[in-house]
Design a protein around this ligand. Sequence first.
Ligand SMILES: *[C@@H]1O[C@H](CO)[C@@H](O)[C@H](O)[C@H]1NC(C)=O
Length: 403
Amino acid sequence: MRVPVTLSTSLCVVLLVFAGVVTCSPVERNPRRRSQSKSLCAQLIQPSGYPCSEHSVQTKDGYVLALQRVSAHTGGDIKAIPGPPILLQHGLFQGGDTWFVNSKEQSLGFILADHGFDVWVGNVRGTHWSHGHISFSEKDKEFWDWSWQELALYDLAEMITYVYSITNSKIFYVGHSQGTIMALAAFTHPYIVEMVEAAALLCPISYLGRVSSQFVLRMVNLHLDQVLLAMGVHQLNFRSDIGVQLLDSVCDGHMDCSNLLSAITGKNCCFNESRVDFYLEYEPHPSSSKNLNHLFQMIRKGTFAKYDYGWWGNLKQYGRHQPPAFDLRRIPKSLPLWMGYGGNDALADLKDVKQTLKELQSEPELLYLDHYGHIDFILSVTAREEVYNNLIGFFRSSGMFST
Ligand SMILES: *[C@@H]1O[C@H](CO)[C@@H](O)[C@H](O)[C@H]1NC(C)=O
């Protein structure tokens, strides 16, 4: 089946999550589309009545990242007590907006602010909100020369250090999908993890060897990551022509792409289809082809390791022929962890999650939802009752709340 040039709404849904698309006509027509100049605070958070301030941090390798700080709704029912800082880290092809795109009652970012947390919103390099660099522009291939390894060791390390120093407090962490890969890699470093009080991981990923998504496996088998890099495509932007062609080549005659959302992420129980146009005003965000390549290396090799530059490249980069692995056993047993994962998640597969659990020293609190898919954990219309109340209970039990 060929993907038509004007993509259907259900196809567009997919893009949000993993593949992104390009010519979703509702996006182009929508006058409220994400503005090029307005900040995330001004565009999405302040209009809902929440005080929000923009912050920026610079990474060791020169990227300028935006962070937003959100506090309790001034007119809300729940009393605004000054709470501990909490950093929210989005997943692949998403940005900090992802925590605020449902209603105030449904979105984790707003809910945490209502509960008195001092909410900080991370945005990794390359996303719409964090596209600055001290010497490169997005047009330079050097700008896109990174994978989740740099997101973990530079972006996340810098954001955590910044929030820690401004608030003078250890911080809580919430990550989704790629935001959990970043955390699990970064937390193996003592100087980072010592600034973290406790962490909640939605769709936790370290190993990807058992990914069951047919769509992703087909991309891996077609070596689309290597093809992109060989073609000199360094920025992975599904709002471009190449993004459309990529999807087309995956679907063409080989698989039923009529329900791409399920094909990519697994079946999501509680996704609000009538909100897709609004989601598409913000997402998908760009990432790098090298990042896709690194993720596909993990699928091919079943490892949780640094980027594989090949035999000689590794020797030059790491002084050895194989890239060093991230050792989950180095995450201190004393770090309280909570994990939410779903039976229909085709990306964070149950067998891979079990492998992660086996290697961690600590025993995380677990919330398993049989009917949840990969994006239900951030966008489900019932996530508040099914996931977030439990997650907030976990943080509250840590004792950092004075009341
Ligand atoms: C789904 O989204 C629509 C459009 O934004 C909204 O009116 C509706 O209330 C949402 N449904 C649920 C169950 O939240």
